[in-house]
Design a protein around this ligand. Structure first.
Ligand code: GLN
Length: 273
């Protein structure tokens, strides 16, 4: 069996090395005897809807908006998802695949609606630093272990009722305030974890691959597992944990202010009926 992996707009969404996720998927397939072809589609290319796996990376606000507009126009990812493709969307990718996000001009832009989440901005610090996520029981049952990564985002993502997260944050900020991380719908996996996340978390790479090829032979993962242990032990240093705690507090306060402002604008004038 030959598997096709599409790297979507690495020239727009390639700031954080997330293209490495495509390399990891391909190599883990080849080690198991599968053929795998990775094709990269830049902003000037038509993204096909016929690939098995799509990898969408993180990026800054302006290129993120451009990528969203092009994907909304072509509907290539919509068609691919309808056909059962797996999508891994990181950070800006997660935000773009949601219902809406905030563009570089501060206005709300429509997302692709492939994930049940909305992303806003609240006053406060960006979420920057090491992050550790304990998987939702649904994913733990499929072999996903705790995930480590690096986050760097200003967006605050809220899940729609019934949307399954990747899991619970034990170190770092995640979607909004240090509670939940990521959003998953069907075979569309959205997460804030850079790394590349699949190099740092081989059990996530294999979970996504099983959705394409079924059961997988085990690999010698001693090296990524050593990195994983090292990150769990030393990555989230006390300083980083302290910084994340302050970031969470600032963002929680920002979210409360945002809610108050909304209540304020919706309040009736005294005496009005
Ligand atoms: N531009 C988005 C934000 O700041 C996404 C950043 C990223 O992909 N790392 O929230």
């Amino acid at each position: 069996m030959s598997v096709s992996v599409a790297l979507v707009y690495p020239d727009l969404l390639g700031t954080y090395g997330d293209g490495g996720n495509a390399t990891v998927l391909a190599q883990r397939l080849r080690w198991r005897g599968y053929e795998c072809e990775v094709a990269s589609f830049g902003a000037g290319d038509a993204v096909p809807s016929s690939c098995d796996i799509y990898v969408v990376g993180g990026g800054e606000d302006l290129p993120q908006s451009l990528a969203a507009r092009k994907l909304a126009e072509s509907r290539a990812l919509h068609r691919a998802v309808d056909k059962g493709a797996v999508v891994l969307a990181i950070c800006a990718g997660l935000q773009v695949l949601g219902e809406s996000f905030v563009g570089p001009d501060g206005r709300t832009s429509a997302g692709l609606g492939l994930l049940g989440c909305t992303t806003t901005r609240v006053p406060g610090a960006r979420a920057v630093g090491e992050i550790v996520v304990e998987p939702d029981p649904a994913w733990a049952a499929l072999g996903l272990e705790s995930c480590t990564g690096f986050e760097n985002h200003g967006g605050v993502t809220r899940l729609a009722e019934g949307t399954v997260p990747v899991g619970k944050v034990s170190v770092g900020v995640g979607n909004a305030d240090g509670t939940l991380e990521g959003a998953v719908r069907g075979r569309v996996w959205g997460t804030y974890l850079h790394g590349p996340v699949l190099a740092r978390n081989p059990t996530l790479a294999d979970l996504l691959l099983t959705w394409v090829v079924g059961g997988l032979a085990p690999l010698d993962d001693s090296r990524p597992e050593a990195l994983h242990r090292e990150r769990l032990r030393n990555g989230p240093s006390e300083r980083a944990a302290g910084v994340a705690q302050v970031q969470r507090a600032v963002r929680t306060a920002g979210a409360a202010l945002e809610r108050l402002a909304r209540v304020g604008t919706g309040r009736r004038r005294p005496g009005a009926s």
